[in-house]
Design a protein around this ligand. Structure first.
Ligand code: ZN
Length: 258
């Protein structure tokens, strides 16, 4: 029998995640719940899960008879990341460089009410999540666990022009594979850190020039070029000065020996 480590409450797409023990606690409080399997390709078309108790007294979720199936191994981590993003009030952005700008590392406040998980409102692409910054910029987020974004999808994302961040959790997953597959508490306790750790992050589609100007802290690159020229001139002067004084020394030492 396959035991499901979590279920979604009351809605197979947007329901909150519960573990069997959390579900049991809620039921003890007299709250009646329906549980759903989070797998899109669940064998049960209604995706129903049942909270059951093992002879040893442990609670677990099971499918209706005949609908048992294995999970995709990345499901747990992916779901908890999406749940975290759904409630997140800010996003840490790693510093990046565009043709025109140097954008430093920064935190962008986002409006949780506008966040859509499994956003399929765009033609051809479904994003793991889309968020809106307080300044009104839509940013898509793709969470990669075992399957990287396909070339085709990356192409579609670029065509869409929607700034899209990729969060790569594959290293974390492979370092903690068993726990990531079976331990909801472990996974849940790492979501915040994984979401905020900019090391895991890169852009599939960077924001446009206009979007950087309107929604990010940035430095114009030409400033840097300007300072570069100043630094270069200064450097030349210093080197010229040093070589002059060296020559001076050489003369001195020669004259000294003479
Ligand atoms: Zn299922």
């Amino acid at each position: 029998m396959f035991k499901n480590p979590i279920a979604l409450i009351n809605d197979p797409k947007e329901g909150e995640i519960v573990t069997p023990s959390e579900a049991r606690q809620l039921e003890l409080k007299g709250i009646n719940l329906n549980y759903f399997c989070p797998c899109e390709n669940c064998k049960d078309s209604e995706r129903i899960l049942i909270l059951a108790r093992s002879p040893k007294g442990n609670y677990f979720f099971k499918h209706r008879p005949g609908f048992e199936h294995e999970w995709k191994p990345m499901t747990l981590l992916h779901l908890y990341m999406q749940e975290y993003i759904a409630k997140a009030g800010r996003i840490h952005i790693k510093g990046f460089i565009t043709e025109n700008f140097k954008v430093p590392q920064q935190i962008i406040p986002i409006i949780p009410l506008m966040t859509i998980v499994e956003d399929n409102s765009h033609e051809n692409i479904r994003f793991d999540a889309t968020v809106f910054s307080e300044s009104g910029l839509k940013i898509a987020i793709e969470v990669v666990v075992t399957n990287d974004i396909t070339k085709q999808k990356a192409e579609k994302i670029r065509e869409s022009g929607i700034p899209t961040i990729r969060i790569d959790l594959s290293h974390f997953y492979f370092d903690n594979r068993l726990k990531c597959q079976s331990d909801p508490e472990f996974v849940k306790s790492h979501t915040k850190g994984l979401f905020e750790d900019i090391v895991n992050q890169d852009w599939v589609q960077k924001p446009s020039k206009k979007e950087v100007r309107e929604h990010f802290k940035f430095e114009e690159k030409k400033d840097e070029a300007g300072w570069g020229i100043v630094a270069l001139i200064f450097g030349v002067i210093v080197i010229f000065g040093i070589s002059n004084s060296c020559q001076g020394n050489t003369f001195k030492s020669r004259s000294y020996f003479n």
